[in-house]
Design a binder for this molecule. Structure first.
Ligand code: XUL
Length: 524
């Protein structure tokens, strides 16, 4: 009998299932259900509910429960033998919080297979909707928590991130302040990534250090709740939060509901859930320290793995627990494709022309030219007043194509230095990773090989791989992470780009010059 493992990614707009065969090393099925189209009764647009205040963005948790029934009904139709699924792990959009009343444990234990999940669980919510990561209505609470914790740097050192509006702690504080009675009625607070496993296992599931780090409530070094952060957020919070447990811990076997209604094996295990970015780290095969993925999208995102906990003194980026052990960082650079496109368009080029312009110019641009790509306000480094600053480059100079990509790569190198690990290999994903010249600059500036990585559902795949890893450990035959991901989360064959010989000293000097230019410009 095949050994199948199920990964579920409950994301903003959809629920995705990936089923892997651990022995054949193949993906058996990948199915995605868009919430709006599949469950229109919940009235979401792009998976969310909005009102008059544009900063408030919520979603209905019962829709996520209903989607679970729908996707499990789909799997047999996709040819999946659901009885062969040995374990399931969940990935969830980060930061979103679900507020449950005291009736939740009993209701979760025994949903009625005739009624379905959404109807069976309709009475468990202490708050009808869940604020999600797109909600930015908690600036006042961020300021209050930051003050109570001794400033942004102190909060970042304690919890892995400065306060952000979407983080769960500020969201909980706002709920406590604006709806004190409903807060008092809340017996359990779950994240999206612990709510879905709670349904699957029929009991309140723990929170893992991957998603727990997205709350401004977890002591990042010890991976336990931070008493000071809890006190700064809301009274009585300790009693409402589940324990923090390793990402590979077993919550329990699937609840009888899933055996009766969906034909799962009563022995199938449910693993602790994790956030979608932490799960993507596994789905991208970043399971050893020093492995990095750079996603080249509208914004560029740098995911790095670290053996030990380190937090930026300036509060740059986020540190989360990695579900593969150790820690990971997530650093966002807002001026990504956005900046590359602006330079390309100003020069009247297409992407082939942009690539040719990089090829035709020397690495480091002879040490003369620099460009700070702050077309829009920048997240990393923090630049509130946008403006492109240029040295030694005329408006019509095609060398601007190389200058903008070098700037982005040097900025990444500078602003991830706090991690204390230089990358040993980089996986490049996202639209612009198809451009070989951009990958060459990436390899040259970072001084390591770059591989192209094609992803479709990296969070759901990462969850499926976590299910295999956690089940193997629970069965007493742990599988090392590199073997867990082998053949399933690997870069495109023959896509390796090595640093060009002799460029390392060029970029050592350029990085120093760029950092100085950045400092002067940010100050001025
Ligand atoms: C990460 C974040 C988003 C969500 C998307 O901090 O807010 O990436 O996890 O689902």
């Amino acid at each position: 009998m095949a050994r199948l493992f199920l990964g579920l990614d409950s994301s903003t707009q959809s629920l995705t299932a990936v089923v892997i065969d651990a022995d054949a090393r193949t993906t058996v099925a990948e199915v995605s259900l868009a919430f709006d189209a599949t469950l229109p009764a919940y009235g979401t647009r792009n998976g969310v509910l909005r009102g008059d205040d544009p900063t408030v963005v919520h979603a209905p948790p019962l829709m996520w429960a209903a989607a679970l029934d729908r996707i499990l009904e789909r799997l047999p139709r996709e040819g999946v033998d659901v009885a062969s699924i040995l374990a399931v792990a969940v990935s969830g959009q980060q930061h979103g919080s679900v507020y449950l009343n005291a009736s939740a444990p009993a209701a979760l234990a025994a949903p009625d297979p005739a009624k379905g999940l959404a109807d069976s669980l309709s009475g468990i919510l202490a708050r009808a909707t869940a604020p999600i990561w797109m909600d930015s209505s908690t600036s006042a609470e961020c300021a209050e928590i930051t003050r109570a914790m001794g400033g942004p740097a102190a909060l970042a050192q304690a919890t892995g991130s400065a306060a952000f509006e979407r983080f769960t702690g500020p969201q909980i504080r706002k709920f406590f302040k604006t709806e004190p009675t409903a807060y008092a009625r809340t017996a359990h607070i779950a994240l999206v990534s612990s709510f879905v496993p709670s349904i699957l296992a029929g009991r309140i599931a723990p929170i893992d250090p991957g998603d727990g780090a997205g709350m401004n409530l977890m002591d990042i070094a010890s991976k336990r709740w931070h008493p000071g952060a809890l006190a700064a957020t809301a009274p009585g919070l300790d009693a409402k939060l589940p324990p923090i447990a390793d990402s590979w811990s077993v919550v329990g076997p699937v609840a009888p509901y899933f055996v009766r209604r969906h034909g799962l094996s009563p022995k199938a295990l449910v693993l602790a859930g994790s956030g979608d970015n932490p799960c993507s780290v596994v789905g991208l095969g970043l399971v050893e320290p020093g492995m990095v993925a750079i996603s080249l999208g509208t914004s560029d995102t740098y995911f790095g793995t670290m053996p030990a906990c380190r937090v930026s003194a300036e509060g740059e980026g986020h540190v989360f627990g990695s579900p593969a052990g150790g820690y990971m960082s997530l650093v966002c650079f807002k001026n990504g494709s956005l900046a590359r496109e602006r330079v390309r368009d100003a020069l009247g080029l297409d992407w082939a022309g942009f690539a040719a312009a990089i090829r035709d110019t020397p690495p480091g641009l002879d040490g003369k030219s620099l460009l700070l790509p702050w077309f829009e306000p920048e997240i990393t480094p923090r630049v509130l007043t946008p403006g492109v600053r240029v040295r030694g480059l005329a408006e019509t100079d095609r060398a601007r194509c190389r200058a903008v990509v070098e700037a982005q790569m040097m900025s990444m190198r500078i602003h991830t230095g706090w991690m204390g690990v230089r990358p040993g290999r980089i996986y490049a994903t996202g639209g612009a990773s198809a451009n070989r010249e951009i990958l060459q600059v990436m390899a040259d500036v970072h001084g390591c090989p770059v591989f192209r990585f094609e992803t479709t559902a990296s969070a759901a795949l990462g969850a499926a791989l976590r299910a295999f890893h956690g089940w193997s450990a629970a069965a007493g035959a742990p599988v090392p992470w590199p073997d867990v991901v082998r053949g399933l989360a690997e870069p495109v064959a023959a896509s390796r780009v090595d640093p060009a010989p002799g460029v390392a000293p060029v970029y050592e000097a350029r990085v120093r010059a760029y950092a100085a230019f950045e400092r002067e410009s940010a100050a001025g």
